[in-house]
Design a protein around this ligand. Structure first.
Ligand code: FE2
Length: 291
């Protein structure tokens, strides 16, 4: 059920109902190295088919039924070039575009070349205050299930979207305004890690967070992207693969206090970190969150 402004005292934001991450476009200095990392450590497979407009130098990785979920783009430095956010349907897409107009957001419609490159039916693009291009989309392509090179990891996606990302923007307030007012995310919690270091966890589905934004002093950019699997054994196997391949483990296995995800972090070949975990908490919108 779509909540309307009239049915939600929080104002107009609930007319924007994003369905989580559709896909991630990563900047990576060494595409071959990240491809090997993505397949042999994380467990994705090279895309079985490609959108007609995908650039030749772009590697696409598949995680489940959808044609692709992660795009690797050659770049001088690692980072998050774009994040596709799912609107779920043509009607949901239209409602999202209407909402952006009402909020006075700066956005543009994707042209034919961009739609062809992503393999989607509709796309509007905005730029978040940390420089990430956020693309609201609908109409993905499906081409069969994952046949992982490392066995049978099952990535959690579907109605929860595909994982999460954490960015450290130069202006935390501007980023919070962008994600909450403009894109309709809700604050799950706000965690102070140390004086001057905090993270705001934002959700747009029952997944505890799809985006987190942090103030870490002068540090900025992409901190990590997270991929969730549906079974604790898969997390352990991934940790084994990462260790065997010699990737630095930047945070060993543990359970987060806020979203209860059991995960570990490793440094990817592009510099930013990747989190692999399971058991992330779901938030019931009708109940107050207790930590
Ligand atoms: Fe995370």
């Amino acid at each position: 059920m779509r909540l309307t402004a009239a049915g939600h005292p929080g104002g107009t934001r609930r007319d924007m109902e994003l369905r989580g991450i559709a896909y991630l476009g990563l900047d990576v200095p060494d595409v071959a190295a990240w491809t090997t990392f993505g397949t042999d450590v994380v467990g994705f497979m090279p895309a079985r088919s490609r959108p007609a407009g995908a650039a030749d130098d772009t590697v696409l990785l598949k995680a489940a039924e959808r044609q692709w979920r992660v795009a690797l783009h050659p770049a001088a430095a690692g980072g998050l070039r774009y994040a596709g956010c799912e609107t779920g349907s043509e009607a949901g897409f239209a409602a999202a575009v209407e909402h952006l107009g009402r909020e006075g957001a700066t956005f543009r419609h994707g042209d034919e070349a961009e739609l062809a490159a992503r393999g989607v039916r509709g796309l509007v693009a905005l730029t978040d205050p940390s420089g990430v291009q956020v693309e609201l989309t609908w109409g993905p392509v499906y081409d069969g299930g994952l046949v992982s090179p490392v066995g049978v990891p099952r990535f959690v996606a579907g109605e929860l979207g595909f994982g999460h990302y954490v960015v450290l923007p130069p202006d935390l307030d501007a980023s919070a305004d962008f994600y909450v007012r403009v894109l309709g995310f809700r604050l799950s919690d706000d965690v102070v890690i140390a004086p001057g270091m905090s993270l705001q966890f934002l959700r747009c589905t029952p997944r505890h967070h799809t985006v987190a934004i942090g103030g870490f002093g002068p540090v900025s950019g992409l901190h990590h992207v997270a991929f969730e699997v549906d079974d604790i054994d898969q997390v352990g196997y991934a940790l084994d693969r990462a260790t065997r391949a010699g990737h630095p483990i930047t945070a060993s296995l543990g359970r987060h206090r806020n979203d209860r995800m059991l995960s570990f972090y490793l440094r990817s070949p592009a510099g930013f970190e990747v989190e692999i975990g399971c058991g992330g908490r779901l938030v019931d919108e009708r109940t107050r969150i207790e930590n």
